[in-house]
Design a binder for this molecule. Sequence first.
Ligand code: GLC
Length: 421
Amino acid sequence: MKQQTIDQAKAVMIKNDRGYYTVPTHGLYPFQWNWDSALSALGFAHFDEARAWTELETLFAHQWTDGMVPHIIFHEMDDGYFPGPEVWATGKTVPTSGITQPPVAGFAALRIFERAKDKKLATEKARALLPRIHAWHKWFFANRDPHGTGLVAIIHPWESGRDNSVDWDEAFERIPTKGVSPFKRRDTNHANPDHRPTDEQYKRYIWLVQRFRSLDWDNTKLHDASPFQIVDPGFNAILIRACVDLAQLADKLGEKEIAAQSRAMASKGLAAMESLWSDEHCQYLCLDRAVGTLINSPSIGGLLAAFAPISKSRARLLAERISTLSKSCSYLVPSHPPSAPQFEPLRYWRGPVWLIVNYMIADGLLIAGETKMASRIKRDCLELINKSGFAEYYGPINGEPCGGGSFTWTAAMVIEILEAP
Ligand code: GLC
């Protein structure tokens, strides 16, 4: 049974492998996505270490000179996706989008390095990636934390990876829809429109893209010019964890300077995370930086904070919070609480369960000693794929498969959960 599931997961990954990068799924997402790639590399590492390193190498081959690693790399043209390279117009030889995504690469690089059987290859690859990943982390603090608070803001919902989360609703009201050039969505040709963001949300996504494009994608200007500046605890937790992990990798490779700088960024971030804690919700919340208030939306972003090395007492409280959520659904962890009025069980990030987020929450909880909840979350992941296949995401009440099918990172997470030592 276990081997059969692993073989099926491998087949999904191989099907989506384009040789030097992997598409998240055919049709809906025909290019390379940033955090999909880094998390998928973890899956590859179990059956082809060289291929795992290639996935990360390809991603960083398209890093911008300022240090940013873009969220999409358009390796081969495909008009089944909107917005394509002509909308972003970032002027790169191999076209890329102009925003970024959660920086999981530092975490993935350390994990693949530590488990590597081919140490020689791992050392060579990690040595080349190390300064690039570090440059990306520094880019975040320089460009997305201009006042040195220790926490970075996202300037577009797509950067969070949780595209249409309830967390953005209020801030999104400030974004105009006037002046958006007419466009035709393509995502709804590939997936059920009821499982996807709404047209209103799409207009605002594109308004932001147009705004940034009008500033020539100059990252020294974009943060302040964006009406959307959100400090997402999940995103920051990933960045903090990646800095901590990169410091460890740097130690192993004798790169003292990178190790010290990474630790400094991580500890400042970790201390600042406390400002996002809500006693009322028993979890972290997003901060709307443009208006300076916490957003009253207890979504999964605040639980993903468990991925950072937060204190054991905070991890305990997050595990309790997830335990409370388990009373209102069959599968953990819903991206929005089923008891909340905005909850939609099948619509993308407004309720459904995503295996990648589950994996990261479980990983953090395990390290913090919350083994029972970590195992429960992993068990739910396996139940979901056994019931509904390797879907993009799943309904937390009935476990329906949603979005795209044969999904790379879902498959990679299953291999990770079943094979990890
Ligand atoms: C969607 C998801 C995002 C992911 C991308 C490709 O936009 O919200 O997190 O990276 O699809 O799978």
